[in-house]
Design a binder for this molecule. Structure first.
Ligand code: KIV
Length: 267
C-alpha cells in the first residue's frame, strides 16, 4: 500500500488563508519532538526563533545566538514536521549587508531545510536582495529583540502617531521589497489592524491584537515553562489542558476562532 505524503504548506497557502479570512497559527519550536507535536496539532507555521537564546540556552537576550545554533535547531525542527511551514530567524548581525545576509541565509536554508528566513527591522534593501536570490523573507517590525540594547526595554512600540506612521511605512516597504510575511511584535492593536488591512501579505502578530492575519507565541511561554516571567500578551494554555498536545490544540483553535488574543493580552 502506498502512503500519501503530506506536503508542507507553501507561502501561497498562507496567502490564500489571508485572502479567505482564515486566521494563521504559528508557534515557536526548537527541537524535533515539539516540532512533530505542533505539526500533528494542525498549527500552520513553526518558527525556529532566536528566542532559543533564552528558552534553550538560558541567556538574557537573543544576541548570543549564532548561525551555527540556528542551523542545528532549524534542522531538528524541519526534519520532524510534515505539514507546517517552517521559518527560521537569521541571528543578530548576520545580515548587516546584502552579501552577508545572502551568504548566511543560504547556509541556513540549505543546511536546515526551512522554507523562509526572518529578519528584524526596517531592512527592505536586504529583503529585496534576498528575494532576488530566491530566498523567501519574513520581516519583523514593532518590538525588535535584537535591538534590546538600543531600546533599553521590551516595551510596546508604535504608541505615538509618528512611531505608528514609521511602522506602517516600514511594513509597506518590506512588502514592496518582496517579503512574504511580517511578524508584528508588541504594538497597539489598532495599529496592527491598520497594517493587516492595508497590506496584502499576511501579518502575524504577537502582542499585536486579534485583528492580525495570524498569531505567534513562544511555545515555552504558552506552556508556562519559560524561565522568565510570561509576558502580558501571552497566555498559559496548559492550565486546564490534559496534555501538552491538548494545550497546543486549544491555542490553535482559539486563534482560528479569533478568541485569542483578547483585550487582556493586547495593548
Ligand atoms: O524569536 C522568536 O521567537 C520570535 C518571536 C517572538 C516572534 O521572533
Amino acid at each position: 500500500m502506498t502512503q500519501t505524503r503530506i506536503k508542507p504548506l507553501s507561502i501561497n497557502d498562507l496567502l490564500t488563508m489571508k485572502q479567505r479570512g482564515e486566521k494563521i497559527t504559528c508557534l515557536t519550536a526548537y527541537d524535533a519532538s515539539f516540532s512533530a507535536l505542533i505539526d500533528r496539532s494542525g498549527v500552520d507555521i513553526i518558527l525556529v526563533g532566536d528566542s532559543l537564546g533564552m528558552t534553550i540556552q538560558g541567556h538574557d537576550t537573543t544576541l548570543p545566538v549564532t548561525l551555527t545554533d540556528m542551523i542545528y535547531h532549524a534542522r531538528c525542527v524541519s526534519k520532524a514536521r510534515s505539514r507546517a511551514f517552517v521559518i527560521a530567524d537569521l541571528p543578530f548581525m548576520t545580515y548587516s549587508t546584502p552579501a552577508a545576509a545572502a551568504e548566511n541565509a543560504a547556509k541556513l536554508m540549505q543546511c536546515s531545510g526551512v522554507q523562509m528566513i526572518k529578519l528584524e527591522g526596517a531592512r527592505p534593501d536586504i529583503a529585496r536582495f534576498l528575494v532576488g536570490q530566491g530566498i523567501p523573507v519574513c520581516g519583523h517590525l514593532g518590538l525588535l529583540p535584537q535591538f534590546i540594547n538600543q531600546l533599553g526595554s521590551y516595551a510596546v512600540q508604535g504608541k505615538t502617531a509618528l512611531e505608528a506612521e514609521k511602522i506602517i511605512a516600514d511594513a509597506q516597504q518590506l512588502q514592496q521589497a518582496g517579503a512574504g510575511l511580517i511578524v508584528l511584535e508588541c504594538v497597539p492593536a489598532a495599529l496592527a489592524k491598520t497594517i493587516s488591512e492595508q497590506l496584502t501579505i499576511p501579518i502575524i502578530g504577537i502582542g499585536a491584537g486579534v485583528d492580525c492575519d495570524g498569531q505567534v507565541l513562544v511555545l515555552y511561554d504558552m506552556l508556562d515553562i519559560s524561565i522568565s516571567k510570561r509576558p502580558r500578551f501571552s497566555k498559559n494554555f496548559i492550565q486546564g489542558a490534559e496534555s501538552i498536545q491538548a494545550a497546543i490544540v486549544a491555542y490553535h483553535n482559539a486563534v482560528k476562532q479569533a478568541k485569542f488574543p483578547t483585550l487582556e493580552h493586547s495593548f
